[in-house]
Design a protein around this ligand. Structure first.
Ligand code: ADE
Length: 236
């Protein structure tokens, strides 16, 4: 899968994603990361990319022209899904990550200053996505969060594809607790069922733990899970 990031800070994107699992996936050419400097596309003599907003107000806006031309240079006439990362978007979640992971190519547009001229957004953006209800100084960290979450779902990026299947948010439940060696640490023993070798009991225990943990930590998810799993006993 190819990620193109339109940004004023390409080095931030490259540095942020070139280590660990995403870095290895790039080396293996399972994913590629193309960080495009929007400033390279300005036609302004002084390489300017921002200006004052019409109507007044605080701060500067990124201008339409460099963003449009950078986008055009990436698309080369193709239609590529283009995500504007913005606090004004739908809130990113695992389901959206799964959906984006089906794309061959994805463009992420990062804003800075007070945002981007609306006219170019209307021309190029297909999806408006936020990573949460708080405001960052720019879209780069949000784009990196999204790329990381999407990339790990691309086949071959994780060493074993099953680990992306049974994890938090699958089916609205958080993941169960996990334990490794030693069997006893600081007087705390690993739950005996995990040492039993009885796979059916282990699965049952894990599901019960997932449900309990979700109820306690994420009552919102728990309610949704209940609504989808309790129809028989609740209705009529
Ligand atoms: N840019 C600034 N804040 C953001 C957020 N919360 N999500 C996505 N992009 C952003």
């Amino acid at each position: 899968m190819k990620f193109h990031v339109l940004t004023l800070f390409p080095e931030m994107i490259i540095n942020g994603l070139s280590t660990s699992i995403t870095g290895r996936a790039m080396e293996k050419e399972i994913i590629s990361l193309d960080a495009v400097n929007i400033r390279d596309y300005t036609i302004s003599k002084h390489k300017k990319v921002d200006d004052y907003p019409y109507g007044g107000g605080a701060g500067m806006l990124m201008q339409a022209q460099p963003v449009y031309d950078a986008h055009k240079a990436v698309c080369k006439g193709r239609n590529i899904r283009t995500v504007y990362v913005t606090p004004q978007g739908s809130v990113f979640n695992q389901k959206m990550a799964q959906e984006f992971a089906k794309e061959e190519e994805l463009i992420l547009l990062c804003g800075h200053y007070e945002g981007i001229d609306e006219r170019v957004l209307e021309e190029v953006v297909t999806d408006y996505v936020s990573i949460g209800d708080y405001v960052l100084t720019g879209g780069e960290l949000a784009a990196m969060v999204m790329i990381d979450a999407i990339a790990r779902l691309v086949p071959g990026v994780l060493n074993n594809d099953v680990s992306a299947e049974f994890e938090s948010f699958q089916d609205d439940l958080l993941e169960y607790p996990q334990y490794s060696r030693p069997e006893v640490w600081m007087d705390k023993a690993v739950p005996p069922v995990l040492l039993s070798g009885h796979h059916v009991n282990i699965e049952k225990w894990r599901l019960a733990q997932s449900i309990e943990r979700t109820k306690e930590r994420r009552p919102d998810l728990y309610e949704r899970w209940l609504a989808n799993h309790d129809q028989g006993s609740k209705s009529k």
